[in-house]
Design a protein around this ligand. Structure first.
Ligand SMILES: Nc1ncnc2c1ncn2[C@@H]1O[C@H](COP(=O)(O)OP(=O)(O)OP(=O)(O)O)[C@@H](O)[C@H]1O
Ligand SMILES: [Mg+2]
Length: 342
């Protein structure tokens, strides 16, 4: 079920803008201006003619392909969360269209259908936990789908297993007794219990300690490898480089880059020009390259960089030893020559 963004623009000020324009039209009508027809649409402001903040997305086009892991990054305020809320019709474009499974999400019924298939995990989803028990919280969505109690519980237990929580141990606990990492996984289970085929996550590892972060990201990676399509916003370039098939970079609401991690992170200077950066290992590789060390991969992570450097070190040492041997051989010959001559 690909999700197609077709020149999507979004303004949070749309309502305010619409009412301002209605006011202007009313005033014009009152003044009986002959050159304005009743109901004539007022002109929309062009991009840039209003404050940047008014336009959260500008002409964004891309397709979230079936089965892919698309990373989403951009500086604070670049439009990641706004884009995410367009993936299942929570927000409707001010201009352009979002097509999911062939249906335009501006159609309310299409948006409702899509909400079951595209699950969004918002930033800090644990803040939305509310029920008295973990099971009640996770089964809230399935119950809302109109499933029987039995089916809702079955789905919830399955979802708790999918997020690697021990359902027997925690189903009857209050979610608020759990650790931050566990609470977040309960929130994720609530989305998974709807059995979506597309999982959209807004900075799922933000604010977790290193261990919980690693667990959460491993979990997302596993869900992707089990067949889920994933769109994940993150500020962490190392995570995006490691997990994504492709990366979409937003800058001030527009698509700045879209490509494989290799393509995107080989353009470190351009990323830095919009306040982003390449992954840590990639930056080290770039500065080593600048000092003449031959590193030919486009994208390095810590492991691949360490192994490339250790190979080079070994190769140099071997060469060094070989050279040493040659030198030794040569002086040996001299010695033997000397001996011979002696
Ligand atoms: N509810 C809102 N009302 C008005 N403007 C908003 C609202 N939410 C976001 N914006 C504005 O829209 C733009 C995009 O914000 P958005 O939250 O989508 O960015 P983001 O990339 O998710 O940022 P962050 O990395 O901080 O989460 C920003 O200029 C922001 O100030
Ligand atoms: Mg955000």
């Amino acid at each position: 079920m690909p999700i197609v963004f077709d020149q999507v623009s979004y303004s949070y000020d749309e309502k305010a803008e619409a009412s301002r324009r209605r006011g202007i039209m009313a005033r014009i009508r009152k003044e009986n201006r002959a050159d304005v027809q009743d109901g004539a649409p007022p002109e929309k402001p062009a991009w840039g003619s209003t404050a940047h903040q008014a336009w959260a997305l500008r002409d964004v086009s891309f397709t979230l392909e079936d089965g892919e892991f698309l990373g989403l990054c951009g500086h604070t305020g670049s439009g990641k969360s706004t884009l995410i809320q367009h993936t299942n019709g929570l927000l409707h474009p001010t201009g352009g269209r979002v097509i999911s499974d062939g249906a335009d999400l501006s159609d309310r019924r299409a948006a409702q259908r899509c909400r079951f298939d595209t699950g969004i995990v918002f930033q800090y989803p644990e803040h939305q936990l509310f029920a008295e028990t973990v099971l009640a919280d996770v089964s809230f969505g399935p119950r809302n789908l109109g499933l029987s109690d039995e089916e809702a519980v079955e789905r919830s237990l399955e979802a708790l297993r999918a997020v690697e929580l021990d359902a027997n141990g925690i189903a009857d606990k209050s979610p608020f007794e759990l650790s931050g990492g566990q609470q977040r996984r309960v929130a994720l289970a609530g989305v998974i219990a709807m059995r979506p085929s597309v999982l959209v996550l807004d900075e799922p590892a933000a604010g977790l300690d290193p261990r919980a972060r690693a667990e959460m990201l491993r979990l997302v990676d596993r869900l992707h490898h089990e067949g889920m399509t994933v769109l994940m916003a993150s500020h962490n370039m190392d995570d995006l480089a490691r997990l994504s098939d492709r990366i979409l970079v937003l800058n001030r609401g527009s698509v700045f880059m879209l490509g494989t991690p290799e393509e995107v992170f080989s353009r470190g200077d351009e990323l830095r020009s919009i306040g982003l950066d390449a992954p840590f290992a990639q930056n080290i590789a770039d500065s080593l390259r600048a000092r003449g060390i031959p590193l030919d991969r486009k994208l390095y992570d810590i492991e691949s960089l360490a192994s490339a450097l250790s190979e080079q070190y070994r190769a140099r040492n071997c060469d060094g030893r070989a050279e040493g041997k040659d030198a030794e051989g040569a002086s040996g010959n001299n010695r033997s020559d000397g001996t011979h001559h002696a």
